[in-house]
Design a protein around this ligand. Structure first.
Ligand SMILES: [Zn+2]
Ligand SMILES: [Zn+2]
Length: 332
């Protein structure tokens, strides 16, 4: 112990004669009735009523006599009350300062485990399972019907893309390599935590020998500060869909792809990829059969290979779900 610590007296109440506020270090026995101090009855004094234990030498927590329970100094080889030896004894239990202002909670306490009766949840799960089973049954069970092809149609589309100037912005460390016309500005990108003073409170620590010391406990407070970075506004040339060409049943009974005509790069004489040049983009196609059994009508989107097998007026078996929808996959 290099630093000079200030020791204060713990207090205790005499259980024999009911004298209160006896000093833990100075009164090893009750000055009124002579009863030995009970170390389990020690407590911290009220704020502002602390009594300093002057010239106190801390030699360790007291040991509790195995025969009479009296507290004895670590330096004493024998019990001052009954003379029993120190060997095999335990140090007295330390008192926790419950009066001290509780420190700021460091972390939110863990969420309380739900203690509610979960019986209703079991019922809800059982009901949900029944509903799911019912839905699966409704959607998977089918019955056969005979249907006639009432209408067939197809549609095909080709997207036409054009190389165009697109404006965008990104953090300057992730700007595309082909960006141009770049302008920079400072913007907040994130936040950072910096120390912002301390929250301190005094804690009282039982030394176990009838005295306690005060200790300053501090936690660092933090504050968010914005972190700025370079934001880049730029232009890039990118393919974008600008129009599409379509063909459908109105053009031909047999499906065919629409003509794309002259794309810009061709008749302008520029190169594909130059600003304003065009190219063919993604294609899509759709084949539809309308079927009826006289009472109900179903529309089925099917692959072209299936669609081409069903001519107008053809009769076919069709599986219909209990919910009313047709199982279009049953068309082969
Ligand atoms: Zn007493
Ligand atoms: Zn004893």
């Amino acid at each position: 112990m290099s630093e000079q610590e200030i020791y204060y007296e713990m207090l205790w109440d005499c259980a024999q004669c009911n004298t209160k506020g006896l000093l833990g270090d100075s009164h090893r026995h009750c000055p009124t009735c002579g009863a030995a101090q009970d170390p389990t009855k020690r407590y911290f004094p009220k704020e502002g009523e602390e009594v300093e234990a002057k010239n106190h030498q801390f030699v360790g927590a007291d040991w509790s006599c195995a025969y009479c329970s009296s507290p004895n100094s670590r330096a004493a080889a024998h019990c001052t009350n009954c003379g029993a030896g120190q060997d095999g004894t335990k140090p007295v239990a330390l008192v926790v300062d419950t009066d001290a202002a509780p420190p700021e909670p460091v972390a939110a306490p863990a969420a309380k485990p739900p203690q509610r009766n979960l019986g209703w949840l079991r019922w809800a799960i059982a009901a949900l399972a029944l509903v799911v089973i019912g839905m699966v049954f409704l959607f998977t069970s089918t019955k056969d019907t005979t249907a006639t092809v009432a209408q067939r149609s197809w549609a095909r589309e080709i997207q036409i893309e054009q190389m165009g100037r697109v404006s965008d912005s990104a953090w300057c460390d992730s700007v595309p390599g082909d960006a141009y016309g770049i302008s920079r500005s400072r913007e907040q990108r994130s936040t950072r935590q910096v120390p912002d003073g301390q929250d301190c409170h005094t804690e009282r620590v039982d030394k176990g020998d009838g005295t306690f010391v005060k200790r300053q406990e501090c936690t660092t407070r933090y504050r968010d500060v914005p972190v700025y970075d370079d934001r880049c506004s730029y232009s890039v040339n990118r393919w974008r869909t600008v129009r599409s060409v379509k063909a459908g049943t109105q053009d031909s009974l047999v499906p065919m792809w629409p003509g794309v005509g002259n794309l810009n790069a061709n008749f302008l004489g520029g190169s594909v990829g130059a600003l304003g040049s065009e190219r063919q983009g993604p294609r899509s196609e759709r084949y539809e059969l309308v079927l009826t059994n006289g009472k109900k009508t179903w529309t089925c989107n099917v692959p072209e290979s299936v669609w081409s097998k069903y001519q107008d007026g053809a009769t076919t078996d069709l599986k219909v779900r209990l919910t009313g929808g047709a199982d279009c996959a049953s068309l082969k």
